[in-house]
Design a protein around this ligand. Structure first.
Ligand SMILES: [Zn+2]
Length: 260
């Protein structure tokens, strides 16, 4: 597929995402799978598994904010199938994980509690023009190696989950990431070694992005089969209102799952 066609598909998918994500997801996933030569996995059965992904986990935000999120998740642990903490190894190039031993220790503790530690880029450069992983193979290799080193220096195991900052990668980067990680989380799908799982993010706690709040979250959960991805961003989710939404949503899933 030509680059322009791919770009148009992504733009169209983004536009559709805010109107009706099913069409957007389908278009984006099909375009990506075609470009990468991947199979799209079949969608599973109801009820959906609940996967929570916390992005932008950076020591720069401090331990308190992370605690506010994990305390709520811990309250509802039985209904959460998986929580991935996407950690930025060296946020903005000036916040290396290894220089924050207390934060790294908390991540280690959480991983022992069942949280999955994922890698979220290296410095987390986002933006439409030049996101960190929209780059060639050599640079991708160097970034992944630097990220791994940072995890190692911080005393943490190398993650098998990855999410590119700004959700975007080059074709080469996508390919390399699949050879390095078990799961790569994008906005509309999740890549595995040979296939793509067609599950989009659901973000209801991002300031400025009105996705319809709790009622929409409930509706989209009810309409999802396979895997329901609840996407949170550290810092953005840390308002009283958003944390309450998270708590209420998880309570709702508990009620749903108790149904026969
Ligand atoms: Zn991010």
């Amino acid at each position: 597929m030509k680059k322009t066609t791919a770009l148009i598909m992504v733009l169209l998918a983004l536009a559709l995402y805010y109107k009706g994500y099913t069409v957007g997801t389908m278009l984006a996933t099909t375009g990506h799978a075609k470009l990468q030569g991947l199979n799209i996995e079949e969608v599973g059965d109801t009820p959906a598994e609940l996967w929570i992904e916390v992005h932008d986990v950076s020591p720069g935000y401090g331990l308190e904010m992370l605690g506010e999120i994990t305390n709520i998740i811990d309250k509802h642990k039985p209904v959460v199938d998986k929580t991935v903490l996407f950690v930025i190894p060296n946020h903005n190039g000036n916040t290396p994980l290894s220089k924050y031993p207390e934060f790294a220790a908390e991540l280690k503790r959480l991983s022992h509690e069942g949280y999955v530690l994922g890698m979220h880029g290296y410095t987390h450069r986002v933006g439409w023009i030049n996101p960190e992983f929209k780059t060639n193979q050599t640079t991708t290799r160097a970034l992944v190696d630097a990220s791994k080193t940072e995890f190692k220096l911080a005393g943490l195991n190398t993650p098998s989950y990855f999410s590119p900052p700004g959700w975007r990668t080059s074709k080469d980067a996508s390919q390399l990431l699949r050879s390095e990680f078990k799961y790569i989380f994008y906005a509309f799908f999740i890549d595995t070694e040979n296939s793509t799982l067609p599950y989009p993010l659901h973000e209801y706690t991002w300031s400025g992005l009105d996705m319809g709040g709790l009622e929409n979250a409930k509706k989209s959960y009810k309409n999802t089969v396979g895997i329901y991805r609840l996407t949170l961003h550290l810092n953005a989710v840390n308002t009283e209102e958003n944390l309450e939404l998270l708590d209420k949503f998880l309570k709702f899933v508990e009620e749903e799952k108790r149904l026969p």
